[in-house]
Design a protein. Structure first.
Length: 152
């Protein structure tokens, strides 16, 4: 058994009204894998949790698309003002933090890559490669940027 499967099972149980079963599966996920994966999340398709999702925390008001990969020690916060969304084929690397801007729901576009340790505040466009703290889109940096110049 892996945390992704338990998460999917708890989410499905919740959607069918089996709240106790959903809570037990969520607790089992926490006790075995030390990740907080709420059954209230809307899971559209397959989610892969790298390194068994160790230390991953996700807010309940998140909708996660198909073929999303989430590494260990990732935090995805919610806005408290609606459902935030992670698109399809998104990769979120280890220790990334995704938080809403001004408590507004955010959207991570399809095929976006969130780099290790990146701090995302707000929306991410499709096909973006986000790095750093605060995160910036590598695709928007030009070749003369000091961030892309190799050290001498």
């Amino acid at each position: 058994m892996n945390p992704s499967r338990l998460w999917l099972m708890s989410s499905r149980a919740f959607r069918k009204g089996h709240i106790l079963q959903a809570k037990v599966l969520k607790l089992l996920n926490y006790l075995v894998f030390r990740c907080i994966l709420p059954y209230e999340c809307e899971l559209i398709g397959g989610v892969v949790l790298w390194h068994r999702g160790l230390g991953t925390v996700i807010h309940p008001a998140i909708k996660i698309g198909n073929n999303v990969q989430i590494a260990h020690a990732v935090t995805i916060a919610g806005s408290g003002k609606g459902q935030s969304e992670i698109g399809n084929d998104v990769i979120v690397a280890a220790h990334a933090v995704i938080i809403p801007k001004n408590r507004a729901p955010f959207r991570i576009g399809d095929r976006a890559v969130i780099g290790a340790g990146a701090v995302i505040v707000g929306d991410v466009p499709p096909d973006a490669v986000m790095i750093g703290n605060p995160a910036r889109n590598v695709n928007d940096l030009d070749a003369s940027s000091p961030h892309l110049t190799p050290p001498i």
